[in-house]
Design a binder for this molecule. Structure first.
Ligand code: ATP
Length: 325
């Protein structure tokens, strides 16, 4: 990657410090006789920090694949600017492209080559000189060393996915993008794949992933972007995002059976389930002490209690389905 291709005159220092920067990015797919043009991205601004494990979330049709395909050079943007690792995708196309490895959604493993041959061919396509290739090292990192010379058709589904990750890494890009890498993969294989991705992240690779499994994003990602109907709804560190949802739930196990719901202020929603009392409240306006005082006034003695934090799923619902109305 030539150093002189780095942006020097760009006033925006953020561009050279970020893994990905998109500004006013629009994509309008042309219409056909049967369907009108589709504005899949409506001028999005998005900055993905270097070194992050970034989760790009959004419901079906939100524009995630369109965004990723623009980064991968598979879809042409209609308007706006994008830089990858500081390289503008129009002005420095080759360096921008060399800075990312993309793991596609679909398994399209080439059955005619062994994993080792497949990686060598991919490295050739990226112009990696023979003496700089890391074929066996990459296969080892992805737990495929002993399958280096196997027929690809003999590999399990999980191994084929890991082979796709290996192929995306042949040119040692600083950014790895995984588009729904675990859709339809069973839990054990998903775990294995993530272990390897986490290891790559620990070695310094910036990871960007889209997934439908919010639990996965919550466990793995440090930063989350939510995209909905072609617009970025939010980008925040995960913990901040979850905390920003001013909602918690208190579960109270009473000493004696509760027959009527107690009155606990207007801001709280109460519900009886399986003998326990669930109280949803907004931590910014209601203190747990006030709730406990109200319970005591209603003659309820508390045997046990625990709080349940909001999770990414709650945030996601609020940012997407909540904003439809
Ligand atoms: N080639 C295309 N031609 C026309 N419209 C398209 C094309 N590709 C995608 N779209 C439309 O653009 C919008 C965004 O699609 P995109 O695939 O980017 O969403 P997504 O968030 O990746 O969804 P999913 O999670 O289902 O993959 C959708 O309304 C989709 O129907």
């Amino acid at each position: 990657m030539p150093d002189d291709a780095r942006p020097v005159s760009t006033a925006d220092a953020e561009v050279s410090d970020a893994a990905i920067v998109a500004r006013g990015l629009k994509k309008i797919y042309a219409g056909t006789k049967k369907s009108p043009p589709k504005e899949a991205l409506k001028g999005i601004d998005l900055t993905i920090p270097r070194g992050s494990m970034f989760g790009l979330l959004g419901p079906n049709g939100a524009g995630k694949s369109t965004f990723i395909n623009i980064l991968a050079g598979l879809v042409t943007k209609t308007e706006g600017e994008v830089s990858i690792w500081g390289f503008d995708i129009d002005k420095n196309h080759r360096s921008a492209r060399a800075s990312i490895g993309v793991v596609p959604q679909e398994i399209s493993a080439d059955v005619f080559f062994t994993p080792k041959e497949g990686l060598e061919i991919q490295a050739g396509l990226y112009g990696v000189p023979k003496d700089q290739r890391r074929t066996m090292e990459i296969l080892r990192a992805l737990g495929l060393e002993d399958k280096a010379d196997a027929y690809v058709r003999m590999l399990s589904g999980g191994m084929k996915r890991r082979l796709l990750v290996a192929k995306a890494m042949v040119h040692s890009p600083p950014i790895l993008i995984l588009d729904e890498p675990t859709a339809g993969v069973d839990i054990e294989l998903r775990k294995q794949l993530w272990e390897q991705v986490v290891e790559m992240h620990q070695r310094g690779v910036t990871i960007i992933l889209t997934t439908h499994y919010l639990e996965e994003a919550q466990t793995l990602c440090d930063t989350i972007g939510i995209i909905h109907q072609g617009e970025v709804k939010t980008v925040k560190p995960k913990d901040e995002l979850i905390a920003s949802l001013d909602r918690k739930s208190l579960m109270v196990v009473p000493e004696d059976e509760i027959t009527a719901l107690p009155q606990i202020g207007d801001a709280c929603r109460t519900e009886l389930r399986d003998g326990a009392l669930y109280i949803d409240y907004t931590p910014s306006t209601t203190r747990v002490a006030d709730i406990l005082a109200a319970l005591s006034q209603s003659g309820i003695s508390v045997k046990d209690l625990s709080t349940v934090e909001a999770d990414l799923e709650d945030v996601f619902m609020e940012m997407t389905y909540g904003s439809d109305s």
